[in-house]
Design a protein around this ligand. Structure first.
Ligand code: GLN
Length: 446
């Protein structure tokens, strides 16, 4: 009740929720009270959370931030949603996001931009900006999110929250609306690494319904919290501290690294030589996959349909032209172009080759170090509208996060101070399946 009241009183300022399911939440809370009274409480019994509006929720509209799905009420729950239900959590509603998770500022949402609780004139980051803002404004202690190129970590960085992108394949994508299937991964945004670990423990499970799921049994990701960092080798990539990094952001990250030295860790300078190719490779691969995934929205089976179509071609063209926003249409065009006969080898195949080189950079680095650290985003939260007219400057927001998705590694962002009153995030990148260690490394700092 307390949180529902806060949402009602405050969310007009932030616009972090698209749908609030107050009645459902109160019914779930009553059920949780009963289970607690009976002594059969599961892991997150009665814990209120919110779901990014990209996760299908049975009987509750799931818009993906798009006019295309403004009327879509799924007949089933996503695997992630099932996990929280089993754990006894309460869902307060669905959070705002960039349309189809394409963006870094939450300004491409059909439901309007989300405002950063730290400064209402600034963006909260994206695409999981609603989840990050809701946690930052204390409208819920945790929220689900997804990360294709940085969409969990960058908004966490801009809102002083803790966000975790797991190893690709850890968390089932079943019922999570697809953007770029080889990169998409669900994860939590919470206040601390400990809370994020509790949430991840109910999100990551084996799922035969997702063919790219790693099919590993659920784990307790809090198991290593409390381990000493003595002797930990931290890789510091030269390429993450060059041109384009805001000086205040760089200073906060360096201070955090010195703090880690005090905790007994050892800093090792490393190189990730193909870093500069990550954004260009991503902006071929992600739109290519998106153009294929989004072909299912045709105005015929579900979702938006234009008025009075003249014929089938008109139905397709106007339903898609009216239902999708500008950024989504841009990605579909770029992706379709890159996959066209005659261009496939020059763009898509080349990008896949670059992807392999980027992955090898990390594999080599992890022969020498246990974790890698650097900034999450190049600068603190920017003003609403500042980058909207220039897609490339928006794409560069993810310069430190995108390579990790291309490689499939786990990574997280945690708060490490402020610049001019705005939060800065420290990024920790773990080795494959090494989330438990990565979370403890964050926990020791917090
Ligand atoms: N900002 C990146 C994009 O627009 C990443 C988004 C994401 O991770 N979903 O594609």
């Amino acid at each position: 009740r307390h949180l529902l009241e806060r949402i009602q009183q405050q969310d007009a300022d932030y616009n972090s929720f698209i749908t609030v399911t107050a009645e459902r939440a109160l019914a779930q809370a009553a059920a949780a009270d009963e289970r607690l009274a009976n002594g059969d409480a599961p892991a997150l019994c009665g814990v209120p959370i919110a779901h990014k509006d990209i996760f299908c929720t049975r009987g509750v509209r799931t818009s993906c931030g798009s006019r295309m799905l403004d009327n879509f009420v799924p007949p089933y729950d996503a695997a992630v949603v099932e996990g929280f239900e089993r754990a006894g959590a309460i869902s307060l509603g669905k959070t705002n996001m960039d349309e189809f998770a394409m963006g870094s500022s939450n300004e491409s949402s059909f439901y309007g931009p989300v405002k950063n609780p730290w400064d209402n004139s600034r963006v909260p980051g994206g695409s999981s900006g609603g989840s990050a803002a809701a946690v930052a404004a204390q409208l819920c202690p945790g929220a689900t999110a997804t990360d294709t190129g940085g969409s969990i970590r960058q908004p966490a960085s801009l809102t002083n929250t803790t966000g975790v992108k797991p190893t690709y394949g850890r968390v089932s994508r079943w019922g999570m609306i697809a953007f770029a299937s080889s990169l998409d991964q669900g994860g939590p945004i919470a206040r601390t690494a400990e809370d994020a670990a509790l949430m991840l423990s109910v999100m990551a499970d084996r799922d035969p319904r997702d063919s790219t799921n790693l099919q590993r049994e659920a784990e307790d990701f809090t198991r290593d919290l409390g381990q000493s960092l003595h002797g930990l080798r931290i890789g510091v990539p030269r390429e993450y501290f060059g041109e384009g990094l805001n000086s205040g952001t760089g200073e906060r990250v360096q201070e955090a690294l010195r703090e880690y030295e005090k905790l007994g860790a050892q800093l090792v300078e490393i190189s990730l030589p193909h870093t500069h190719l990550a954004v260009p490779a991503y902006y071929v691969i992600a739109p290519a996959e998106a153009s294929a995934n989004l072909s299912r929205f045709d105005g015929v089976r579900y979702g938006y349909r234009c008025e009075n179509p003249a014929d089938l071609r008109d139905l397709y063209m106007r339903s898609r032209g009216e239902g999708f926003g500008e950024e989504v249409q841009r990605r579909i065009l770029v992706g379709t172009y890159a996959l066209s006969a005659g261009y496939y080898d020059a763009y898509y195949n080349k990008a896949q080759q670059v992807r392999r080189l980027i992955k090898q950079d990390f594999v080599k680095a992890f022969e020498q170090v246990d974790v890698i650290m650097g900034p999450t985003a190049p600068s603190p939260a920017f003003e609403l509208g500042a980058k909207q007219a220039d897609p490339v400057s928006m794409y560069l927001e993810d310069i430190y996060t995108i390579a990790i998705n291309l490689a499939g590694l786990p990574a997280m962002s945690l708060p490490c101070g402020t610049v001019d009153g705005l939060p800065v995030g420290l990024q920790i990148i773990g080795n494959y399946l090494d989330e438990a260690r990565m979370l403890n490394v964050a926990h020791q700092y917090q």
